[in-house]
Design a protein around this ligand. Sequence first.
Ligand code: 13P
Ligand code: SF4
Length: 343
Amino acid sequence: MSIPLTAPIAKTTGMSDDELIAEINRLRKERNAVILAHYYQDGRIQDLADFVGDSLDLSRKAAATDADVIVFCGVRFMAEVAKILSPEKTVILPDMEAGCSLEDSCPPEDFAEFRKKYPDHLCITYINCSAAVKALSDIIITSSNAEYIINQIPEDQPIILAPDRHLGAYLSRKTGRDMVLWPGSCIVHERFSEQELIRLKTEHPDAPVAAHPECPEHILRHADHVGSTSSILKFVLENQAQKFIIATEPHIIHQMQKTAPHKTFIGAPGMDDDCNCNNCPFMELNTLEKLYICMRDMTPEILVDEETRIKALAPLDKMLEMSPPVPKDQRPPQNFPMTGRAY
Ligand code: 13P
Ligand code: SF4
C-alpha cells in the first residue's frame, strides 16, 4: 500500500489564497458547479464549499444536486459515489491520488473470492471501498446509518461486513449480531494511543471523549460518544460540557470551533507525539490550489465504467432507501441547487 506524502505542497500558480478563492468562486458560477466537502478537508476548503458533511450527507447531496459539475473535496471513493448516483454530471476531484487505506485493504479480486466462501451471507459493505467492491456488495452503509440498517436485517440472515474490521467489531457489539469481518482498517483511526488518551482524560476529567467507530476497541471503550463525523459534531454542540477530546481526524475541529467558539476541543493524541499522524494523508492531498486548478482545467475527472456503475448503484440505492429519514432541520439550505431525488 502506498501512503502519499503529507508535506505541504508548494504552490505552482503563485496566486495568494484570496486570489485562488476569488477564481474558484468565479469558476463555480461559470461552470454551474457545486462544491461538496468532507469534514476532514482543510478549513479553507470547508469554508468555501456549498455543503460540508459526512459520507452519507455528501452522497445524498450528490444524488440531489442539479448542478452540471460536482467538485468533490474528499477522497476518491466519495467522488466515485457521486458519479455512480449522478452519472450525467461531470465529477472532478482536486487530486486523483486521494485514496483511502480501507479501499486499499480490499482489492476487488480478493473480495470476490472471499464472498464465494459465504454464498448464503448478505454482504454489507462500508462506503469506504472502490466502485468494483460496491458492485460485489448487497447493501452499502456509512458510519451514520450502519446500525439502523443492520437492525432491519432478519436475525437469521448471516452477514459479511467489509472492509473495516474495527467498524465491523463495533457494529457486532452494538447489534449483538455475529458477522464475518474483512480484515481492513483505517491507518488514521488506528494510530490513536490508548495510553496518551488515558493521560489526557486524567488531565481533563471534565472533557467527554467523542470517537469515530473506525477506531479500535481499545480506544472506543474510553469514549462517551461513538458515531460518524456528523454525529460527533452534533454531540459536541448539544452536550453541556465546555471541553471535549476528539478521537477522529482533527480537521473536523475547524467546524466545531466555528459552530461553538466558546468550547474547547482537544484532538486525541497519536502514537508519536510530535507529528500530525492523525491527519488523513489522503484527504490532505486536496489543497486550495489544486481545487482551483481542477475547476479551471476540469480534470482529474471521475469516470466509472457503466457495467460497474449499474452494479454498484443497486447497493447504494438500497442504502438510501434503508437509511433513517433526514431530519427537517438538516435538509439542504434553500440555495443548495438540487432536483430533490434523494429527499
Ligand atoms: P463519515 O461517514 O463519518 O464522515 O466517515 C468517513 C471517513 O472516511 C471516516 O474516516
Ligand atoms: Fe480513509 Fe481513514 Fe482517511 Fe477516512 S480517515 S478517508 S477511512 S484513510
